[in-house]
Design a protein around this ligand. Structure first.
Ligand code: XMP
Ligand code: MG
Length: 186
């Protein structure tokens, strides 16, 4: 059997090819954790993990931090299949009062158009955190339509759909160890 790093993966009728390897992901996460630990030195941060996609990234990132971190979860949604539906749904909002006066790090899997964060960040600011920073594993700068302050970015990638390492295509592919990119045209 071929190594999983050079294998194409099929989800429904689409082929996905290896894009960012496990090794590259873990190297970059160590660097990000060092950046975050330095920027947040002396702070007790609250990591707010955006479900579902960010759970794998967050688990690795949080354990690589050199500063104490509490963890909580939120879940919003704007995606159906491959395309954004445009409507934000609130499946699991933040626990009331949890963020007040805390240094909060929002952990995201990917910023695409930026629609999700453009709606979620103002809602989180209403919770009156002492600070609110964003760490995202992936960013598609070419298609981001909103002016967002992304504090920590893992990889800037082109505008092609990706899965794996927590990211899904219709809830499939989250369990892949690396990030795969949809094969074929734009
Ligand atoms: P927006 O456009 O609001 O998108 O910035 C953010 C959310 O949409 C999902 N998303 C993706 N999921 N592969 C995925 O598996 C992708 O290429 C992709 N692009 C966007 C993701 O849930 C993200 O939080
Ligand atoms: Mg998703």
């Amino acid at each position: 059997m071929l190594s999983s790093e050079i294998q194409t993966v099929q989800i429904q009728d689409f082929d996905f090819v290896p894009f960012i390897s496990e090794t590259e992901i873990h190297k970059r996460i160590s660097e990000m954790a060092a950046e975050i630990s330095k920027a947040c030195e002396g702070e007790e941060i609250l990591c707010l993990v955006m479900l579902k996609g960010a759970f794998v990234f967050a688990a690795d990132l949080i354990r690589a931090l050199d500063i104490p971190a509490e963890v909580s979860f939120i879940r919003y949604g704007s995606y159906i299949g491959e395309h954004s539906s445009g409507e934000l749904q609130r499946y699991m909002p933040v626990e009331p009062g949890l963020m007040k006066n805390r240094h909060v790090l929002l952990i995201e899997d990917i910023v695409d158009t930026g629609l999700t964060l453009s709606k979620v960040l103002p809602e989180l600011e209403e919770e009156q955190p002492k600070s609110l920073r964003v760490a995202t594993l992936l960013h598609k700068p070419e298609v981001t339509e909103y002016d967002l302050d992304l504090d920590f970015i893992g990889f800037e990638i082109e505008n092609k759909f990706v899965v794996g390492y927590g990211l899904d295509f219709d809830n499939k592919g989250r369990d892949l160890k690396a990030v795969y990119q949809m094969a074929g045209g734009e």
